[in-house]
Design a protein around this ligand. Structure first.
Ligand code: PEP
Ligand code: MN
Length: 337
């Protein structure tokens, strides 16, 4: 349920109403937006009398939210959420970022070379997997804790914040010790609800990837799991979904960008690397995503794609990435949001 307040509602009146609502057993969420001030109610609202609320001086209107996601709902929070990383880099609300780096951290030399190259080319966040979700148990599984140590080294060397995938909640401490800036939840774990609940308890941004066969509403209800625990710093990532098409690894659902922007205030990130699976298709899809209003891109880059231990076919060389990044930045002023 949301309570839209009148423009003249003052602080004392708002506090008074909030206290009263809490005694009815609901959680309240005050959102002061550029256009309206809204009190969002979460929980069992059966004891809340809508007619009584509508009769109050400071209340403009009361609406029930039918969707199963509340805190992630645009109606709950009108303005875009802006996520600010520790070094001041912002994502969302008109702040556009490019995350780039290898699929997996492979060695000190590899991650440092790629980190320096992507920074030089305009990336503002470094990606790299340490714990890899591989379809085959015999494929390279990532360097694990050593990979996190190397990412931290690359962060200190370049100043780039780091994003890496968390597969097991028992690794949260290890991630924090290694100064991970953004905790990635991979497509295969989008509905690992216990993992999402644990991420709700930390105070770190989360990059939540859409599952291979999940709807946008399911993506939003997964985001809600994290937010319900108290962590509001969630970014949603479209990384391609399974369709009957076989020429691309997945099908990039670009319409997810405007659909999500309408439904939610959370930033939207596009991953054209996993969506297409083919390096030559990544730059045009990155441009299309930027033009379509994405808040960030996440791109796989490798110093030697032919020898990559994971996802070489979809990895750009540093030179290809630099050209892509230049073109994306060039169109940003013309993007209509
Ligand atoms: C990745 O980012 O390397 C990855 C495994 O992504 P996804 O979960 O989207 O497949
Ligand atoms: Mn990958």
């Amino acid at each position: 349920m949301i309570i839209l307040l009148k423009k003249n509602a003052n602080q004392t009146q708002i506090e008074h109403l909030t206290e009263r609502l809490k005694t009815l057993g609901v959680q309240t969420n005050l959102s002061v937006g550029s256009a309206h001030t809204i009190i969002g109610l979460v929980g069992d609202t059966t004891n809340v009398d809508v007619d009584m609320l509508e009769a109050l001086d400071i209340v403009e209107s009361v609406q029930r939210i039918q969707e199963p996601f509340k805190k992630a709902n645009r109606r709950f929070h009108e303005d875009d959420t802006i996520i600010t990383l520790e070094n001041g880099v912002k994502i969302g609300g008109g702040n556009f970022q490019i995350m780039a780096g290898p699929c997996s951290v492979e060695s000190e030399e590899q991650i440092l070379t790629v980190a320096r190259a992507v920074k030089e080319a305009g990336a503002t966040i470094l990606r790299g997997g340490a714990f890899k979700p591989r379809t085959s148990p015999y494929a390279f599984q990532g360097l694990g804790a050593e990979g996190l140590r190397l990412l931290k080294l690359a962060k200190h060397e370049t100043g780039l914040p780091i994003v890496t995938e968390l597969m097991d909640a028992s690794h949260i401490e290890l991630f924090l010790e290694n100064e991970v800036d953004i905790f990635q939840v991979g497509a295969r774990n989008m509905q690992n609800f216990e993992l999402l609940k644990q991420l709700g308890k930390i105070n770190k941004p989360v990059l939540l990837k859409r599952g291979l066969a999940n709807t946008l509403q399911e993506l939003l209800t997964s985001a809600e799991y994290i937010m319900a625990g108290g962590n509001d710093q969630v970014m949603l990532c479209e990384r391609g979904i399974r369709t009957f098409e076989t020429r691309t690894r997945n099908t990039l659902d670009l319409s997810a960008i405007p659909v999500l922007h309408k439904l939610t205030h959370l930033p939207v990130v596009i991953d054209p690397s996993h969506a297409t699976g083919v390096a030559s298709l990544v730059p045009p899809m990155a441009l299309a995503a930027a033009a379509g209003g994405a808040d960030a891109l996440i791109i796989e880059v490798h110093n030697n794609p032919a020898c990559a231990l994971c996802d070489g076919a979809q990895s750009l060389t540093p030179e290809e990435f630099a050209e892509m990044s230049r073109r994306v930045r060039a169109i940003l002023p013309y993007v209509w949001r």
